[in-house]
Design a protein around this ligand. Sequence first.
Ligand SMILES: [Zn+2]
Length: 329
Amino acid sequence: MSHPQNGSSDRTPFLHHHHHHPPTVSNGHVPALPPPTLSSYGLNSTLLTSPQRDHNPDNYDDMRLEFNHLIFSSLEQYLPPHLLNRSRDEKANYMTSILHRYLPESERIRIQKHKEYRQKIISNFTVDHFERWVNQTKFRIMRPNTMNQYGAVLDDFGMETMLDRLMNDFILPISRVFFAEVGGSTLDSHHGFVVEYGTNRDVELGFHVDDSEITLNICLGKEFSGGELFFRGVRCDEHVNTETQSEEIFDYSHVPGRAVLHRGRHRHGARPTTSGHRLNLILWCRSSAFREMRRYQRNFSSWCGECRRKKKERERLSIAATKQELLRL
Ligand SMILES: [Zn+2]
């Protein structure tokens, strides 16, 4: 994760990433082929139930197709025998029509939207540009969370692969060691977004916990003052609003190019960004195994500061009571 070192420049790590993306990403939404329809093959167009392993599939990587070319190469072995020697165009059309049947309408629209996003974003990605485009097209985007007005969700426009790698190759090795008790070793999904603070943007972020097991917060820049993070102890659901102990007070000042990794349940907030413009990339990492486990284990959380404090208090009282008993004897 060396790119964010460059946080003070205009070039964000994702921009860099995009230049190296495989060509499928830059495929336009204008297909070279006429849109395939089921009727051109009859409604009983179908696939074999087991592949013909001795058939050598064509390569589709130079064609403008609606789905990844590798899908076509692998699907080809399932084509009915009479289609195997047809032209690539014919086979691609046939397979596209079959793929359409297996994708619900909403998913198809989503894929189409992704292609449109990529077209517009690929050459000039910044959140500013994205916002402008959103306003122009009146397309409702999902806000990163319920608390930030400004920002953009990254998982939604073609950065899943980069964020997957960020989580698996960079965050997991660290969180496995430091945050195993909150699911840090079993992270399996994420929600990534960029937030902006400063003039005409969100100014601060109130005290909260994240909907994550582990949160990576990278400061991308640019020039700003203020915006410090304040941390106030890790809490379970039951104790999220309990008092902060003095030893739990921890404040952190952002430095462009540096990141903080913390438990999602670590209560925190951001102080006002008093001047300039601050851009942070947030990745909420989640563990379905940890969430499942938590449903059955509610009474005590080893990682909650308040649970631990109460447990100690009970132990202290119990020891005191035992001493009292012993004195009476
Ligand atoms: Zn607790």
